[in-house]
Design a protein around this ligand. Structure first.
Ligand code: FMN
Length: 185
């Protein structure tokens, strides 16, 4: 038997994305977004959905830029903190000990301690309802060199990203490799 849950926003998995911005005074800020993901290959784009009440919202509009940083499990506490407190009240980089690094390409900081970052220029703003979708064109992808395997592929087992389950409001690790994609007969 199937049971209807109504109009929910559950999907598996939700990514854990740390969005980096400068506020209108140039102060760096980070917030967690799980409503997001890659949305176009060419031009390469990523979309994040942000409520207007977030401090990040006006920062993205002011600078027309943001970064999407992929944290490792080792920083799970700092990530959760960035999803609980607002940059309008405190400096989350100072509180968490994370390091903002200025991008050369756009007016947004990335997180030095996180292994993978997408540097984004704001391409489109889609007002949906409670959330506004910001589509960023990916201008560069920055990765810790030691996370690149000899094959040139990124090593997900070293990057150790984690996911969010909105149903239980919990974070989960990513499991083992199952099989190669595009390999079924
Ligand atoms: C796991 C998790 C996922 C979240 N995803 C989103 C999201 O996709 N969009 C959003 O607007 N807020 C999201 N939030 C809430 C913001 O991260 C939170 O309100 C944060 O304090 C906003 O920071 P800011 O005011 O400095 O921008 C999420 C929070 C958590 C803990």
């Amino acid at each position: 038997m199937k049971k209807s849950l109504g109009r929910k926003t559950i999907i598996y998995p939700h990514p854990v994305l740390m969005v980096g911005t400068y506020d209108v005074n140039g102060a760096p800020n980070i917030m967690v977004a799980s409503w997001g993901g890659i949305c176009c290959s060419d031009p390469p784009c990523v979309a994040i959905s942000v409520r207007e009440s977030r401090y990040t919202y006006n920062s993205i509009l002011a600078n027309k830029a943001f970064t999407v940083n992929i944290p490792s499990v080792s920083h799970i506490k700092e990530v959760d903190y960035a999803g609980m407190y607002s940059g309008s009240e405190l400096n989350k980089f100072e509180k968490t000990g994370l390091t903002p690094v200025k991008s050369d390409l756009v007016k947004a900081p990335y997180v030095k301690e996180f292994p993978l970052t997408l540097i984004c220029k704001l391409l489109k703003v889609v007002e949906i309802g409670a959330h506004t979708q910001f589509i960023g064109e990916i201008m560069d992808t920055i990765v810790d060199e030691e996370m690149i395997m000899a094959s040139g592929q990124l090593d997900i087992e070293q990057i150790k990203p984690f996911i969010y389950d909105s149903s239980s409001r919990s974070y989960y690790a990513i499991g083992e490799k199952l099989m190669d994609a595009y390999s079924s007969l």
